[in-house]
Design a protein around this ligand. Structure first.
Ligand code: HEM
Length: 535
């Protein structure tokens, strides 16, 4: 969100532009005309910037918008109005109100406001995440749920996950054997590299380390660019803001870099397909290859010209331009890699802080698996699953959902939410709502044993993947990686904190930009358990 100086200087320029344009008086008049009896309550706002100062002052920035909005909701209620710049927002902070937004009136809130980031980085919002609700979004959604992220497709990448996990276990074993005490590992970096590689290979097949590195670096740049509130989105009438803040040129540079890497990846696939077709037409042998996601997308695109697409192919190919293919591929990376790595990291952090939970989860894993971990029996890990849910409740990777654009005036929690408002669902606050959860601050996975509460979008107290039409389509892909990785970490190793760090003093400070991360790296010591060492 930038430094205070940068922020206030930009606000000042914006203020002048707004005054010169005579917009202040027009906005006031409009607000008066639109005043409804039961608009949601909210903190007092200032002219021009509205409630921005209540979020963006330095002391508030450091706690993260999810916590700050949670604090404000405690004063103003679970359906709270905020004016951020020129744009009216409504913040939802209870399970009941979230259910009204993402179930009862889901279609009204299914769109996204247009954003410069989505427009520039995601090829005119031709992806799934930034796409407004409409035909393009519907086709992209169908493509993801019926082709790219099905249980069958996820299963087809099993050998990739097994190979990459085996590589990670070898690296950790080497660290464990390095000295009598074992060596400290930076688990955060290792996990991110694991999920990057699994997603990269599932989407692109094998590629040179150089291309992998280039792609991971551009994804990092995108991640850095999409977080936080953008002044240009909050003052949409001030057209020069993206230029004077440098946002537009920054995004354009990233887009050129992304485009270069994606062109190379897609070009390599097109060439490999051409060679395969040549081989097929000159020999009767049919070669069985596992399709990666680029292959699936190119097949579907060709469907209109006689290619061999699958269940979604009948209509999607008209929408599947090269830009849409690139935008969807970016979604797979941005949705898939960091959230899964962060989830594993938070679960491990919570277990290190709560040693009895670690012991119980480890005992379960070691009783279900004998020689190695396999994906078929992950569903038997009932306690580990409860630990993951409890971590999602307290540290959801997306604590604040991206703004939803209200399509018409609608009543939520007894208040009128007016058309074109942006609705923010505070998943983090809902996970700690004392009306829904007993002892909400306590890490207590046992609350989920013998409980029907799940994260599949029907229990609105636990919505780490959101719910409704805009719910995450990658749950199966993501959760298979999360469960398989955790089972391996617990099966093969015991875990110690570095010398001098006690469970009670393990730093759990969070930062939130695009996702909820640990402020400090998670550094742990892997130890080969006695029974395995004596084999
Ligand atoms: C632990 C892992 C994951 C978590 C916690 C997670 C969470 C979420 C959440 C909360 C949303 C809604 C975002 C919002 O409204 O602001 C979402 C949407 C989305 N996720 Fe995930 N996700 C995960 C894994 C994945 C994976 C593996 C993929 C793809 C490979 C993926 C692709 C997407 C896409 C494309 C959307 C946009 C859907 C739409 O707008 O229609 N996610 N995810």
């Amino acid at each position: 969100m930038g430094s205070d100086f940068y922020f206030w200087a930009t606000v000042l320029i914006t203020f002048l532009a707004t005054v010169v344009g005579g917009k202040v008086s027009r906005m006031r008049k409009k607000n008066n005309n639109n005043k409804k009896k039961a608009t949601p309550p909210g903190p007092k706002k200032l002219h021009v910037i509205g409630n921005l100062h209540q979020l963006m002052a330095k002391s508030h920035q450091s706690m993260g918008p999810h916590r700050r909005l949670g604090e404000l909701a405690q004063q103003h209620g679970p359906v709270m109005a905020l004016q951020l710049g020129q744009v009216p927002h409504v913040v939802i902070s209870s399970a009941a109100a979230a259910e009204q937004v993402m179930k009862t009136h889901d279609a009204v809130f299914a769109s996204r406001p247009s954003s410069l980031t989505g427009h520039i980085l995601f090829y005119g919002s031709k992806d799934l995440f930034f796409s407004p609700y409409g035909d393009h979004w519907r086709q992209m959604r169908k493509l993801c749920t019926l082709e790219l992220l099905t249980a069958r497709r996820v299963a087809s990448f099993r050998s990739i996950r097994a190979e990459e996990l085996s590589r990670l276990v070898s690296a950790l074993s080497a660290a464990a054997a390095a000295t009598a005490e074992g060596r400290i590992v930076d688990l955060k970096t290792m996990l991110l590299s694991l999920t990057n590689t699994i997603t990269f290979r599932s989407a692109f097949g094998m590629a040179s380390p150089k291309l992998t590195e280039e792609f991971v670096s551009v994804v990092d740049r995108i991640t850095g660019a999409i977080g936080g509130f953008k002044l240009s989105d909050l003052f949409p009438s001030v057209k020069f803001l993206p230029v004077v803040t440098g946002l537009q040129s920054r995004l354009a540079a990233i887009r050129r870099a992304v485009d270069g890497v994606l062109d190379e990846v897609i070009g390599q696939h097109v060439e490999a397909r051409r060679r395969r077709q040549e081989v097929r037409s000159s020999s009767s042998a049919t070669e069985e290859t596992t399709e990666d996601l680029v292959d699936v997308l190119l097949n579907l695109q060709q469907e209109g010209t006689g290619g061999g697409g699958g269940a979604a192919a009948d209509s999607v190919h008209q929408y599947l331009t090269m830009d849409a293919i690139k935008a969807i591929l970016l979604n797979m990376f941005l949705g898939g890699t960091e959230s899964a790595a962060l989830t594993v990291e938070w679960v491990m952090s919570q277990m290190m802080k709560n040693p009895s939970v670690m012991q119980r989860a480890q005992k379960e894993v070691r009783s279900v698996f004998r020689d190695n971990v396999d994906e078929e029996r992950l569903h038997q890990l009932e306690y580990l699953h409860a630990v993951i849910k409890e971590t999602f409740r307290l540290q959801p990777p997306s604590p604040l959902l991206s703004p939803k654009l209200t399509g018409e005036n609608v009543e939520i929690g007894g208040f009128e939410v007016s058309t074109k408002s942006r609705v923010l669902v505070n998943v983090w606050a809902i996970g700690r709502d004392p009306q829904y959860w007993t002892e909400p601050e306590r890490f207590y996975p046992e609350r989920f044993l013998n409980s029907p509460i799940d994260y599949k979008g029907t229990h609105f107290g636990l919505i780490p993947f959101a719910a409704g039409r805009r719910m995450c389509p990658g749950i199966q892909f993501g959760m298979t990686i999360v469960q398989f990785t955790l089972a391996n970490l617990l099966f093969h190793f015991d875990w110690k904190l570095p010398r001098g760090v006690e469970p009670e003093s393990l730093d759990m400070t969070e930062i939130f930009d695009t996702a909820l991360r640990r402020k400090e790296k998670l550094c742990l010591v892997p130890v080969i358990p006695a029974r395995a060492a004596s084999k």
